[in-house]
Design a binder for this molecule. Sequence first.
Ligand code: SF4
Length: 396
Amino acid sequence: MTYPLRQSSMQQNYLHQNSSQHNPSMFGFSREELLKTITARQQPSYRAKQLFQNLYARGEKNFDSMTSLPIALRNQLSQEFSLLRPSIVDRQESNDGTKKWLLQFIDGARAETVYIPEKNRGTLCLSSQVGCTLNCRFCHTGTQKLVRNLSAQEILEQVACVKDELNDWQQTSNKSLNEPLENPLSRKITNIVMMGMGEPLYNFENVATALNILIDAEGFCFSRRKITLSTAGVVPMITRLGKVLAVQLAISLHAVSDEIRDKIVPLNRKYPLNELLQACRDYPRLKNSERITFEYVMLDQINDHLSHARKLVQLIRGIPAKINLIPFNPWPNSPYRCSPAKRMHEFAEIIQKAGYAAPLRRPRGSDILAACGQLRTESIKKRKSETHEHQPYQKI
Ligand code: SF4
């Protein structure tokens, strides 16, 4: 399986410039790229840091508002760059407060992003690809062919768009960028999960670039412990993830035998359970305080026998772990039913008695198809016929 190589933000923005007639967007530039941009314009290097803070801590959408920069530099940058956001094509809000946005990027590709508010935290679920190659049988996204990887810029733009919508940027009024950042826990988005559309470890370089900007203390300032990456089990990349980023790891497990997992998570034929669980045991920096989350979707008569719960406990023995039991969220023409409530509770009880946390997740946003495994965008063909209705990017 081959995937497009990651282009640097600058290269991607060059492509954007050619395809959109807009100046290239600076949003998504790493610290290094900003430094290169600034020094090429004979400016002192600390201006790169100021730009970084303006972009990723304050979410400034135009250069004029970056009052920490001299006016001449602001004018120069606004003539050469833009700070575009993707178009928000659709917004939906669930009865339970979950919000979902459909974003359209510069080439018309679309991806969904979901915000799940809870009492003490707010979780943003990001997409890493448009569509997915992995075709997990219980997942709506898997019925959509992979259109392409999202760039680091597009992954970050999902966060920026939702922060705009929720008014969740740091206050800009009269506050010096040298003052300490606001308490991250006071924000509306406190946690990030890479669990939206796509397999993030098949888009590793772009995901890593975006996450590195998200955890930068002078930018978005998310703690590594508040960022979780979920994978269907791309074994060779799991160790690399731990070494390079050390974010929290979630595994879409969903079955306790290769026979069942081969069917519902076809990637298992390439990386069977024993290899996957060994990669989990070897995950760098794994300790009790940072457990691996195993996700287990409850499918009636498929993977929900009580003997499966007992086997699950045996399989993960020795791995600091918690098991998220996810009631199956149906989507149009989905081939499975959710397990009955009584069986899910009995299943959870067996795991809990073995000493593992096994919360039975309350489905969130299922009435707007925003719950686990329900994300999907329309085909490219349909989008092209619709593109006259939407500007691909919002000019700010
Ligand atoms: S569960 Fe994840 S990896 Fe599997 S098809 Fe859905 S989006 Fe792809």
